[in-house]
Design a protein around this ligand. Structure first.
Ligand code: PNS
Length: 162
């Protein structure tokens, strides 16, 4: 079975991420979305909330699983039996850092990284930008699935109320 890992923070998942998951799911027998648990960086959503949203928006793909991970990505790949990491590349500016990580991951373990060009519709979309726009009342419905849009609005309302 050919398995690929799509890793990230996904705080929250965007339509750009979802496009990559769907395309990866057509190329591999199984795609594992690995959600990084980063204790030193508090997100807007908890890891469980992020996982819940990703599971919900990928429920129509029967070969996509969503799993939290901590530590090195290459160790997670080994645990999951995956030899390939898939990364979306939005623009040339993404490439430098992604190349560094890909080469480090080959050096550490032989895990290969395949770069997938982001759908141009989402080439400027980032979770951080979506949060910023939503925070100030901007319309993010083009950039995130409906469920995420709703959860974002709820969370930002709660943050404002506190
Ligand atoms: O969505 P992000 O935050 O850009 O995703 C970054 C991620 C999770 C892919 C990267 O930080 C990662 O792989 N972290 C796991 C720790 C690790 O393996 N670090 C060495 C990478 S060479």
């Amino acid at each position: 079975m050919r398995r690929a890992v799509c890793p990230g923070s996904f705080d929250p998942v965007t339509r750009g991420h979802l496009d990559i998951f769907g395309r990866a799911a057509q190329l591999f027998d199984e795609v594992i979305v690995g959600v990084l648990v980063n204790e030193s960086k508090k997100g807007l959503f908890t890891v469980d909330e992020r996982i819940d949203m990703i599971r919900e928006v990928t429920k129509d793909f029967d070969n996509v699983r969503v799993v939290a991970f901590q530590g090195l990505l290459v160790d997670f790949c080994r645990e999951q039996g995956a030899e390939i990491v898939i990364k979306g590349i939005r623009a040339v500016s993404d490439f430098d850092y992604e190349l560094q990580m890909a080469q480090m991951n080959i050096g550490l373990s032989g895990v290969e990284t395949l770069f997938m060009p982001t759908n141009p519709l989402y080439s400027f979309v980032a979770s951080s930008l979506v949060k910023e726009v939503a925070k100030w009342g901007g319309d993010v419905s083009t950039y995130v699935p409906e469920l995420v849009e709703r959860r974002l609005a709820e969370r930002l309302r709660a943050v404002r109320a506190n």
